[in-house]
Design a protein around this ligand. Sequence first.
Ligand SMILES: [Zn+2]
Length: 351
Amino acid sequence: MSTEQTSPSLAANQTPGLVCAHNHFYSFLARGMPAPPRTPTEFGEILELVWWRLDMALDLDIIYHSAKLGALTALEAGCTAVIDHHESPNAIEGSLSVIADACAEVGVRVNCAYGVTDRHGPEGASAGLAENDRFLSAGGVGMVGLHAAFTCEPDTIAAAAEMGRKHGVGVHVHVAEGPADTWQMLDGHTNDDWLLIHGVHLPDDHGLSGTMVHNPRSNMNNSVGYANPRRFSNPVALGTDGIGADMLDEFRVAFVKAREVDVTATPDTMWDWLEAGWGLFPQAQNDVVTWNYEVMDPWRLAYTTAVAPKRVEVDGEVLLEDGAPTKVDAQEIKAKAAEAATKLFRKLADL
Ligand SMILES: [Zn+2]
């Protein structure tokens, strides 16, 4: 990624394009899905009964419509750059290109990674590594993905780290989201260009290198605990972990979560986390979002809800005007996504 930017000068009601530092576009059709076979009682069961069933049911067509809806959702929230983490064990090859193409049609920038795991045996891990390699070798914007240390063999982690070095990119990996994650296996592999997602159960002095990506709403939803990322020496950025791509909303949740444990916390810290996204995805600084709120100031935004973009320009091209996309038909994307969701839910029922 180039770090030389010629950022446009901005008015008080404008920002560069916002960056979501961790998302899962494959999960955007999950809203409205049938209830799991039984109610999960802890994070491990949420993975087993919800997400590891959903990812098994994905095919390339469903992935395309899910990613397109995700990109539209991001654009409508003034988020012009998304760092995505993808898994579809029964449709691995080509999946990252499908996501990149869907995002390009909407005009949203995306950084893709396939979350490699040994959950489906060594063949599954090899296929995941191969998809990262294929996509990056073809010039795709991405990273090497790992699901999490606790679902990977040591050799798989080493292979992902090596592949990242080969392509000059970092590894995008979930770290210590729940207490069962054996994150220590990552020790000795990490680098400053890695993305460490969550870190809820990491000790303060964990020794891992990389940017810590905080997803406060997802962590609360999964009842995994509070990461309190201010305790780490790593840089911190913000992600949504699959729950939309409204980064102003995530900033607000991050602020109020910090206030819950420390009334002296200020929104400047969480605004710094939002701005850290531009270090990860510098191209978003070429984008201009004009908001329906006059002053884009952290203290005001911490207490102002429903701030939305009126206009979004990506690299000088207007992609959203008066809140509506210009390149694509939002209603059509939503209708096609609803059809794909129906197919997905039918496949889930047959699992
Ligand atoms: Zn995640």
